[in-house]
Design a binder for this molecule. Sequence first.
Ligand code: LLP
Length: 425
Amino acid sequence: MTDKNLPGHPFITYRNNELYVEDVRLADLARQHGTPLFVYSQGAMLSALAAYQRGFAGRNAQICYAMKANSSLAILQLFARAGCGFDIVSGGELQRVLAAGGNPAKVIFSGVGKTRAEIRLALQADIGCFNVESEAELDAINEVALSLGKTAPVSIRVNPNVDAKTHPYISTGLKDNKFGIAHEHALATYQRAARLPGLKVVGIDCHIGSQITQEDPYLDAMERVLELVQAIEAAGVHLHHIDFGGGLGIDYNGDTPPAADALWAKLLTKLDARGYGDRQLMIEPGRSLVGNAGVCLTEVLYLKPGEQKNFCIVDAAMNDLPRPAMYEAYHQIIPLNPRASQTSIWEVVGPVCESGDWLGHERALAVNAGDQLAVLSAGAYCMSMASNYNTRSRAAEVLVSGNQAHLIRLRETSTDQMRGELLLS
Ligand code: LLP
């Protein structure tokens, strides 16, 4: 077999029947570091970022990586060095940005439930902006800012009430979601924010959902947000920046999301036509920067053929890859060294004691125990959502650049897991 590219995964290839990320053979990494193992392509991340950068060429724009997608320090460092800011949703994420050398002035703080301690931490670090999600939160930020003798930069997250046409758990822009301030209340909330002495209104933002694969929801949301910008500014509150959130989808299984630069060409045309093209633009992409840059390597432990179903039991599980169990998400599963033999249909499952612990249903694979598989599209919302359920230690992570492989996270140990726990005296 000669070289073969995988559609949607330009940095992952088969060469002579062996799977590579960039120029590193994955079987070598599995041998060296064990499985389950996350492997990321630096080239894939930077090329995903470059699509946004091309889209914003010549504009005043700030890309804030939504680090909840993958918050490993080396990945944050990579994006910080490439000029990104960060969209954070907790004090813990802020600590990670600081530890990775990110610039706090390029940090925006989203989320419906910021605690006063988190607000204080963010003000002390002089972050760029709080994306505020309720009137009660405006008051809390105002109070904390005044107590510190500071002025908090704020933007209000408006809920444009558009359907992102994605999974209900990751759709956030509809009226019945907990997120943002309803479109019809936004103006009054801005007027209130402008009156609070501890706040400085700097922008407006929206985020309508995740894994969005169509351009219409974005165009509709932009329309709705610009209507508001006009009304808010007519009421005398100037908006320095407009933040359109994240949400652009990736190709998991033949999905066809628009390319970031093509999507932004359309959005910018609309923005220019409405006369707002000169504003500072912000976006908060997560998945589209890292999702298809990562794979999770796993080893087949046992084959358990049955009357109804054949189970292929692997050493990665729902604690490593929670998306199938949580959203019935599809991740491609492919062998590191494809066999020529006939395929059978397998339920690919992990060792966790839950029937919901599956990674793939009805997959055609030619496998034996001891074979290694790669679960694709594992760069986003996998390691960052990994848990210790069943006291399973979280996997190690490797970042590949060309023919170099850097271990960026040690495999967790049981001792790591038990640190901080206390026995009764
Ligand atoms: N900005 C805000 C305010 C968000 O809530 C999110 C994601 C993003 C940006 C980044 O969205 P992205 O570009 O990654 O789609 N765990 C789910 C996804 C949850 C997304 C939560 N918010 C999954 O695995 O599909």
